[in-house]
Design a protein around this ligand. Structure first.
Ligand SMILES: [Zn+2]
Length: 124
């Protein structure tokens, strides 16, 4: 039996008060919530991009804050939509170019002009 409180104010601080929950479980739980938040923000960023690209930028910022605060990495599907140089929210065909090259996916950010390269797994 454990008690568990989440304060979701504008700074999205999560505080958990629990008993009989190991640190590892506690960490997993916090990370689960953080991951869910990141996905939710990512969905919002996609949804708002067309009409409010500035909002998408803000969501990207929030995703980064969550990942930094919880010292965890951003899910790779989300990470690929964020420019790692200027943190722009990348949308293929709008501000980003996606190319496949020798087992890598090369994403060019149209805002800062830099490129990112991620290994690309071919389906067999
Ligand atoms: Zn960029």
């Amino acid at each position: 039996m454990w008690l568990f409180l989440i304060h979701d104010r504008k700074n999205q601080r999560i505080s958990l008060t629990m008993s009989r929950v190991t640190r590892k479980q506690q960490k997993n739980l916090i990370q689960d919530i953080a991951t869910q938040r990141m996905w939710r923000l990512f969905e919002l960023a996609i949804k708002d991009y067309e009409k409010h690209p500035d909002r998408s930028e803000r969501y990207v910022q929030l995703i980064r804050n969550i990942s930094m605060r919880n010292r965890m990495s951003i899910p790779k599907e989300i990470k690929r939509s964020i420019c790692k140089h200027c943190y722009a929210f990348l949308v293929p065909g709008s501000n980003a170019l996606y190319r496949l090259k020798e087992g890598y996916i090369v994403i060019s950010c149209q805002r800062c002009g830099k490129k990112m390269r991620y290994p690309y797994k071919r389906l067999k």
